[in-house]
Design a protein around this ligand. Sequence first.
Ligand code: ZN
Length: 211
Amino acid sequence: MNSIDRLIKIFSEFPGIGPKQARRFVYFLITRNDAYIEEFKNEITELKSDIESCVDCKRYFSQSIQKGKNIIGKKLCSICTDDSRDNTLLMIVSRDIDLDNIEKSHLFNGKYFVLGGLVPILDKEPEKRIRLKDMLSLVSRMLEKGLKEIILGLDANAEGEYTAEIVRNALSSLSEKYKIKISELGRGLSTGTELEYSDPETIKNALKNRG
Ligand SMILES: [Zn+2]
């Protein structure tokens, strides 16, 4: 395999990118000058050294932006350290990209937790697919801050519904004991809707009609 094919193989592994697009990326890079390639290399290296997973919500965030704000030894993102956010509301999403999209809409002022994926239907080991333990640990910590409602912000498709069922089961004893309401954004979304691609109007309606 030559260097062109090796790079095509790498780009083909990106979400949503097929071999044809991957090939176009590689030929695009070949035509750039050395300074461009150098910057591209540096940005990728920087990404790995700068990005941390937040201790509370598990989203990835840039440490350089959060510099000085973190409690020593505890790496928290800008949302988890923001005192103006509502601690009575917690939204559980599957991926960082869904969180980013909801944040962009400026319609939700609670806290988040990122599961790290969805559970495929009939999967027998959901705890290996999503961060159930970390989620329960955050919910327990948020109970002390007055948590009242957990919103399941998952895609309105089969995997999203199956994942919601697993998350509900995992939360059932805590939610019963502490009278925490569990609602679902999916109930305010039309079937097949993915949060990643939802516009602010859709998110607004989903939040309003959550049940
Ligand atoms: Zn966080």
